[in-house]
Design a protein. Structure first.
Lengths: 498, 586
């Protein structure tokens, strides 16, 4: 394997360098900071798009750097990685806009935007990693770069949440480290996609490899918030809205889920994972998490907390799709990586807008908010219908494939899990929609905390509208070539050699 | 193009009409314009199109039964749009109403023209959820309650439906709706899938035992919305059933008997229960359940085998057409008696009377013809007890007449305004009367082979003017009217409630809610017990803090640290660690 292109490195640098440069700026250099941010974000989207086009044309982008004999830092573009990179770069651009509007004149913006960029560098790094070691490096990098974002507000609550976050993620990282090192010892360096290595060793080292699989899974499960490792996620809700949005849609949680996809599909291989019953265990945990997260969400009155527990539940759809063998459910899992991201980010933007414009953080305060913020709540409503799995929003496509996959595999119990989850999604999201549109506000006149020509500041409004349109478009135009679904279908079909 | 306009124009209308300033009219014309593409599709045969870019790749086309129902739907939405325009002229929420009205209309048209599963499900869901906004329109506590029950039932229906579709698509190996009935006929779990669909769509149809939301929700909406709910949207469930039912391909006696008996139970039971009501709209809602029962019977006959789908399904659609137009006429008619005065009232009563006759199957109406269709197929089927069912059908004509003459009586108690006045919405109502009347009298919509099958040599005119058939249709209605008139006149027999309904509308939902409340209380108690138990336990991260924050741990860790700094300990420790690792991994 040799270096054929520096494009993957460029993609990383496009956010790494602005991030480091922002650290050196003075707090009042707003214009420079903003332009650096936006330049990085736009450049990254452009580069990823370029890579995508090149990849489709059949070009290979590999970047190999030898750290030690047999230990290489490898960046490599494949379809799955590109899909994730595209998701993070596009949502990063949108969230950067949102964050610029959101923080406005708040303190410590340099720190915030610097780590914000580093965080995205880490998540694109995860997307582009070509082997297990590189993946691990970026995975840990992500942990460290998100901590300052979680504690950004600096309140006692935020610091406490940050500590919990570190306990979980560092703990998870340690377990992952054990697993990765163990895997290296047993199987040598593994590039993603070389599933034949494990397949050849499984009969020789069944116990060891099983232990390693579950060690790695546990390490990834912390970030993917799989029960019982989800405790940090709802607590990290104290972070500012753009951070929560990014955390829940692309960065941390999604990195864990993406890792699980890689682990099963590109390291151990579906064949081994199915044969050794790893998938059955994963399916049980995922299904339980889906139900558990939904039940917990029902009892939250805090807007963002309800969204957080919903994430716990929704992310496990990905794990569940991975755990059901078959091309249809794989398609569902991979496409949900994207769909969950755009829908959940819409919801967090909306929650942030409401909290910033009127100071409402509790669901019980949301009566009649729809009339005051029609675009924000309209976007939120679209995302809600997607989460429930109603067409034509993106979430329907994910659930449709997961359901068909379950039927194809004969796992009918999965259908019951999906139905229960849909019913509970409706039960905890529709009351918000109901309050927003069909209840009378308690006070006729409420002071606005943010000015702006429209229902709120323009920079807060555009992102939520754009992501809602994306969620809708991903569903309505699912069959069009280039849609998330078409890419996911390609990946899954290749995986199952259809 | 016209297929897409059918869906897009109502959506556009939904977005535009809320911006029409208060006090101005014009939304009605916008809605009428939005129905034109659908009207074209209903009248002129257009070949289907594929839309590979939509959802998972969609197809749009129509067959005869769905064309008949599309025509019904178009007529109702157009007249209801005009009606609502002036009816809700001074309503504060007319903009919101127009939005939900337009979106619901788009869903209703879309589901009828979809020939593929995901598109059908999409528009079905769109219609279901958008019509929530119509039900809750008045925002009264009753409307909110009705809307909540409606929503819960709708979601339950959707869940059954999506399961049925997952399984159906899997066994058909295709997303085309037309491939589903043959696949269900072949598949070993075909009956199970059909039952799931029977429940899923049954919620919308108002089949026993899933109907109880209907007498609450349909009357809660404003009159024009009730009209489309009970006239057009209720038929969406029927269309769903027709998509799944392998009529003519299978012999499923158990399911057939189940549907026929549930259908007759609804036809008779709902009509009798409806008699206890005092709100004319609730009365009509029960009549809808009763009539949908007859259509359930109709479809049930088809699953017994022996009758080809090409004959049965258009006949069911025509029955739906007749009921839909007449029911919408009556629902919108409930708004008239308080506003229409003087000689206009004669016209009003004639129209309402015709509507009642059409539903009850009276002479010279479309009802006569559609009831005759049911009788013909009941006569042909080998279903055991078909003769009893024929008798029950006649009996249901009597109960329906009772129910609807009671409805007329309830309307007649509303105080008329003085003078020769007519509201602007009388005009769309008359248009509906004409449109409904003309089409129901003209079974020209039906395919030729069906007409030949039913009529044999004689023409349609000869059938309508036949004394015998008309006389046969008249006597059950006469009985109903006489009973009603007699009980109203004779004081000792007049037990009809006047102020409050004898029994609550929505019947056994009250029992469900009572039981549900008890269960929920128990459940909540359990949860709170669990929570208090959880609180006394430490969450995992708290245990971590306990370790990291306590003095003792810091002392222990300090001494452990100094121990670790001694090189021999480190050396031995590492040696043992690697030895174990080596032995373990060897």
């Amino acid at each position: 394997m040799e270096t054929t292109s520096f494009l993957p490195v460029l993609i990383l640098i496009s956010s790494l360098v602005p991030g480091l440069m922002i650290l050196l700026l003075r707090e009042e250099q707003v214009a420079l900071r903003t332009s650096l941010n936006l330049f990085g974000a736009v450049a990254k989207v452009g580069l990823v798009a370029w890579a995508f086009v090149g990849y489709v044309r059949g070009e290979a982008y590999d970047f190999i750097f030898s750290l030690a004999p047999d230990l290489t830092f490898a960046l490599r573009l494949d379809k799955l990685g590109l899909l994730f990179a595209a998701l993070s770069s596009v949502l990063w651009l949108i969230t950067t806009l949102y964050a610029i509007g959101y923080l406005e004149k708040g303190p410590h913006q340099n720190r915030f935007f610097a780590f914000f960029s580093l965080c995205v560098t880490a998540s694109t790094g995860i997307a582009l990693s070509g082997n297990v070691i590189t993946f691990f490096i970026f995975y840990e990098f992500l942990t460290l770069s998100t901590y300052p974002l979680v504690v950004h507000k600096g309140t006692d609550e935020a610091v406490a949440a940050g500590r919990t976050y570190l306990w979980y993620t560092i703990g998870g990282g340690t377990v992952l480290f054990l697993g990765v090192v163990g895997l290296y010892v047993v199987a040598g360096p593994i590039y993603f996609g070389q599933t034949e290595i494990i397949a050849g060793l499984i009969s020789e080292f069944p116990t060891q490899l099983t232990i390693l699989f579950f060690l790695i899974l546990a390490g990834l499960g912390v970030k993917a918030a799989i029960f019982p490792l989800h405790g940090w996620l709802p607590i990290s809700m104290v972070a500012p809205a753009p951070v929560s949005a990014l955390l829940h849609a692309v960065a941390v949680v999604k990195a864990g889920a993406f890792g699980i996809v890689r682990l099963v599909y590109d390291v151990f291989g579906v064949g081994v994972a199915e044969e050794m019953n790893y998938l059955a265990v994963l399916a049980v945990f995922a299904a339980f998490t889906i139900i558990y997260g939904s039940v917990r969400a029902l009892y939250q009155n805090d807007f963002k907390k309800r969204l957080a527990f919903s994430t716990v539940s929704q992310i496990s759809y990905i794990a569940l799709g991975v755990a059901i063998p078959g091309a249809l459910s794989s398609t569902g899992a991979i496409v949900h990586l994207v769909h969950q991201g755009i829908m959940k980010i819409t919801m967090f933007f909306a929650a942030g807008n409401v909290a910033e414009t009127y100071g409402y953080k509790k669901i019980s305060e949301l009566n009649g908010i729809g009339r005051r913020m029609p675009l924000t709540m309209g976007a939120f409503t679209i995302a809600v219908f997607g989460m429930i799995g109603l067409p034509p929003v993106a979430g329907f496509i994910s659930k449709w494939y997961l359901g068909l996959g379950a039927v194809e595999a004969g796992s009918y119990w999965v259908i019951l899990v999906l139905l229960a989850s849909s019913a509970m999604n409706a039960a905890y999201f529709l009351p918000i929609v109901y309050r927003a549109w069909f209840c009378e506000p308690e006070h006729e006149v409420v002071p606005r905390l943010r000015s702006g020509r429209f229902e709120t500041q323009v920079l807060l409004l555009i992102p939520v509208v754009v992501t809602a349109i994306l969620s809708l478009a991903a569903g309505v135009f699912a069959a069009v070539a280039g849609s998330p679904l078409s890419i996911a279908r390609d990946i899954a079909e290749k995986l199952y050699l259809l | 193009m016209i297929w897409f306009l059918t869906i897009v124009l109502p959506l556009l209308a939904a977005v535009i009409t809320p911006f029409i300033p208060a006090g101005r009219r014009g939304s009605g014309l916008v809605f009428v314009a939005a129905t034109l593409p659908a009207l074209w599709l209903g009248l002129v045969e257009v070949s289907g199109v594929s839309a590979q870019w939509f959802l998972l790749g969609s197809y749009f086309s129509l067959d005869t039964p769905r064309r008949i129902i599309l025509l019904l739907t178009v007529i109702l939405w157009a007249t209801a749009g005009l009606f609502a325009d002036s009816y809700l002229k001074d309503d504060a929420r007319r903009g919101e109403f127009a939005f939900y009205f337009g979106v619901t209309m788009a869903g209703n048209f879309g589901l009828l023209i979809s020939a593929e599963v995901t598109a059908f499900y999409t528009f079905f869901a769109l219609m279901t959820f958008a019509s929530y906004g119509l039900v809750i329109h008045s925002r009264t506590p009753d409307a909110r309650r009705a809307a909540r029950i409606y929503l819960v039932m709708a979601i339950i229906g959707e869940l059954f439906l999506i399961t049925a579709l997952y399984l159906a698509v899997q066994s058909a190996g295709s997303f085309l709706l037309a491939d589903i009935p043959p696949a269900l006929a072949e598949a070993s779990n075909g009956r199970f899938i059909f039952l799931l669909g029977l429940i899923g769509f049954g919620v919308k149809v108002g089949a026993i035992p899933l109907y109880f939301w209907l007498p609450l929700a349909h009357p809660a909406a404003p009159a024009p919305a009730s009209a489309v709910l009970s006239g057009a949207m209720i038929k969406a469930g029927l269309v769903g059933w027709m998509h799944l039912a392998p009529v003519g391909l299978v012999e499923w006696p158990s399911i057939s008997l189940l549907m026929v008996s549930l259908g007759f139970a609804a036809a008779l039971g709902a009509a009798i229960y409806g008699l206890t009501q005092v709100d004319p709209k609730t009365n009509l809602a029960y009549s809808s359940i009763s009539q949908m029962g007859v259509m359930t019977v109709f479809l049930g006959i088809g699953l017994y085998g022996g009758i080809p789908a090409a004959l049965l399904l258009p006949a069911i659609a025509l029955y739906a057409f007749n009921h839909g137009t007449a029911k919408a006429l009556l629902f919108m008619g409930t708004a008239l008696p308080a506003k229409v005065g003087g000689s206009w009232r004669i016209l009003m009563w004639v129209g309402l009377g015709l509507g009642v006759l059409a539903i009850a199957g009276g002479p010279l109406t479309g009802g006569l013809w559609t009831k005759y269709l049911v009788k013909t197929f009941l006569g042909e089927t080998s279903l055991p007890g078909a003769q009893t069912f024929l008798l029950l059908l006649t009996l249901s004509a009597v109960t329906t007449t009772l129910l609807l003459s009671r409805f007329l009586h309830l309307l007649s108690r509303i105080k008329a305004p003085s003078g020769n006045v007519a509201p602007a919405f009388l005009l769309p109502w008359i248009l509906l009367l004409l449109a409904g009347g003309w089409w129901t009298m003209s079974p020209a919509l039906l395919p030729v082979e069906l007409l030949n099958h039913i009529l044999g040599e004689k023409g349609i005119l000869a059938f309508f003017l036949n004394m015998l058939t008309n006389w046969g249709a008249l006597w059950p209605i006469t009985i109903g009217v006489v009973i009603m008139a007699f009980t109203l006149q004779v004081t000792s027999l007049n037990w009809w409630p006047t102020k409050n309904p004898l029994l609550p509308p929505g019947d056994f939902i009250h029992i469900i809610l009572l039981v549900g409340d008890r269960v929920a209380k128990l459940f909540r108690k359990g949860i709170s017990l669990l929570e208090s138990g959880m609180k006394s336990l430490h969450s995992p991260e708290k245990i971590f803090y306990r370790i990291s924050d306590s003095k003792r741990t810091s002392q222990i860790s300090a001494s452990a640290e100094s121990l670790l700094r001694r090189w021999e300990f480190v050396g031995i420790g590492f040696f043992i660690f690697f030895l174990t690792l080596f032995l373990f991994l060897r």
